[in-house]
Design a protein. Structure first.
Length: 187
């Protein structure tokens, strides 16, 4: 359910773009992100930092798109979001010696420290590459192609990346569960 809700603004942006163009789609994305945030707050009583970041980026870049009537700003939005997420992971690791990915996900899976570190660096790299790819598509193709890439290409690349990472992490998952369920044998 949460996964579907995460893609709610993107799908609405896509539909609105196909029906009414980039400026209406941008307005729809801003409103959809606000509704998404409100719904999550209502359902869970809390809001994740990434949701606030996403809202801030869509309001700033979407707002600039609408005020300036220039689609360049909205085309930069995914790149800024990707780079902010990847950059936050790097800043946490390099400057604070904290693996924020591990902090967010350790309750969901047990992994050895080196696997968490590989996961952090791979996500940081993935976000950096996705930001570059988004800009390349935005500046080398028309807006229709960019919107199609944003929905299908971006989600497809994310799916492939997550599957590859799941294959890599799969070998640690059983070991992590065994370590958690094995009683302490020290006297």
């Amino acid at each position: 359910m949460k996964l579907l809700l995460d893609f709610f603004p993107i799908v609405l942006f896509f539909g609105a773009f196909k029906l009414w163009g980039i400026f209406v789609a941008t307005s729809v994305a801003i409103v959809a992100t606000l509704l998404q945030l409100g719904w999550m707050r209502y359902r869970t009583g809390r809001t994740e930092p990434m949701q606030w970041l996403s809202l801030g980026v869509i309001v700033v870049f979407g707002g600039a798109t609408l005020v300036a009537q220039d689609e360049t700003f909205i085309k930069w939005k995914p790149t800024v979001l990707y780079w902010a997420m990847g950059g936050a992971l790097l800043v946490g690791q390099v400057f604070f010696r904290r693996n924020w990915l591990q902090s967010l996900m350790k309750s969901q899976m047990a992994l050895p420290d080196h696997a968490w570190l590989v996961m952090l660096w791979s996500w940081s790299g993935f976000f950096a590459i996705m930001g570059v790819i988004n800009l390349w598509v935005a500046y080398h193709f028309d807006t229709d192609t960019w919107v199609n890439f944003k929905l299908f290409g971006g989600m497809g690349l994310m799916l492939v990346f997550v599957l590859l990472q799941a294959i890599y992490l799969g070998r640690f998952m059983d070991k992590g569960e065994e370590e958690q369920t094995t009683p302490d044998t020290k006297p």
